[in-house]
Design a protein around this ligand. Structure first.
Ligand code: DCP
Ligand code: MG
Length: 369
């Protein structure tokens, strides 16, 4: 397989610098107000030299770099660029898996450019992005998702890194375990306690020992560390379901916390369904225990729903058929599937419009009284 991971450089900040020449070559922080409790979304490479980075408070960013120019995000322009790069990817292959607005995997084993070398495809994509958006992207090329993604990061900004399959394991070897897919802060500190610091430590570990410590994820992690990543690039398809989930930063035993997360996810899903004008009959609760064992529990309704209360009531009831509360939980997800047949979309649209009109009408009545 030939996989390319593309990631735009300092994405929001680069768009801001492109659109305002006064910001070019300067430390730019995109995020909230430095005097309030805003957080840094991203910053230009000029600001990174001062130690500013994503997710730190804007107050901290200001302390590190008082000369920085603070800019509010304008999502509309970022979404527009995201569509442009998506369009470029689709001229290369239909095997495109976007990870966020500025990042995607492409499987270019077969490609519409008929280029045999993935490196050449990556060169083509980077220059098309620059020509059409005026922005730079970094690319990683390899035979697996894991290596391609890490590779795209090492010569940022405006970098291209190719790791042939024969070099994948050696490339990963010195990296801290945290860089491997699926290893969050909690797993990383557990691995550290067990004496596994780098990918090389995991690569040479006995898979049975890893299974003892991490459950089913253990042996997979050993494979990943050897550069053997079974994950395929999975392109987006018309939605068959809608879901929302969180991986917790600490494993949770408290059932009340899980119930609250279920409510949050139910409202997210309901909001999402309303936006895409869909409703589904099947509600699924997904729970991943601390050892990575994952269970799903589903129930189907007589009629499709997009109602937050209904979704959360059913998902809460489904929690009773899991071991949450007895076993620690690291991921909670709620999804809705079983959308009515796409050959009957009109009825659904009518149902939604009826619902929305009702809301609109009552708001208007209140406004007039
Ligand atoms: N983003 C955000 N909050 C975060 C991280 C990122 O809002 N905690 C937004 C802003 C980024 C965009 O997502 O511009 C893309 O995220 P990346 O992690 O790819 O970061 P950048 O593209 O900004 O920088 P890099 O050059 O490191 O990819
Ligand atoms: Mg980026």
């Amino acid at each position: 397989m030939k996989i390319i991971h593309i990631d735009m450089d300092a994405f929001y900040a680069s768009v801001e610098q492109r659109d305002d020449p006064a910001l070019r070559g300067k430390p730019v922080v995109v995020g909230g107000d430095p005097r309030s409790r805003g957080v840094v979304a991203t910053c230009s490479y000029e600001a990174r030299r001062f130690g500013v980075h994503s997710a730190m408070s804007c107050a901290e960013a200001y302390r590190l770099c008082p000369s920085a120019i603070f800019v509010r995000p304008s999502m509309g322009r970022y979404v527009e660029v995201s569509r442009q790069i998506r369009d470029i990817f689709e001229r290369v292959t239909d095997q495109v898996e976007p990870l966020s607005l500025d990042e995607a995997y492409l499987d270019v084993t077969e490609n519409k450019l008929a280029m045999p070398l993935a490196r050449d495809v990556a060169v083509w994509i980077r220059s098309a992005i620059l020509a059409e958006t005026g922005l730079t992207a970094s690319a990683g090329v390899s035979s697996t998702k894991l290596v391609a993604k890490i590779a795209s990061d090492i010569r940022k900004p405006d970098g291209l890194t190719v790791i042939p399959p024969s070099r994948a394991e050696a490339f990963l070897a010195p990296l801290p375990v945290r860089r491997l897919w699926g290893v969050g802060a909690a797993t990383a500190s557990k691995l550290k306690r067990l004496g596994y610091h780098t990918a090389a430590d995991l690569a040479r570990a006995d898979p049975r020992a890893l299974e003892r410590h991490l459950g089913r994820f253990g042996p997979l992690l050993g494979r990943l560390a050897r550069g053997d990543d079974p994950r395929r690039v999975t392109p987006e398809r018309p939605p068959k379901s809608r879901g929302s989930e969180t991986t917790l930063s600490v494993d949770v035993l408290d059932r009340q916390v899980v119930l609250r997360l279920i409510d949050d996810h139910a409202s997210d899903v309901a909001e999402d369904l309303t936006r895409i004008r869909r409703a589904g009959r099947t509600i699924t609760l997904k729970i991943r225990y601390a050892d990575f064992e994952t269970v799903t529990r589903s129930r189907s309704l007589p009629a499709p729903t997009h109602d937050a209360r209904t979704i959360s009531e059913i998902a809460r009831a489904l929690l009773d058929s899991t071991k949450a509360g007895e076993r620690a939980v690291r991921l909670v997800g709620v999804s809705v599937s079983g959308f009515p047949d796409a050959s009957l979309p009109e009825q659904l649209v009518l149902d939604f419009e009826a619902g929305q009109n009702r809301v609109g009408a009552s708001e208007e009545a209140e406004g007039n009284s």
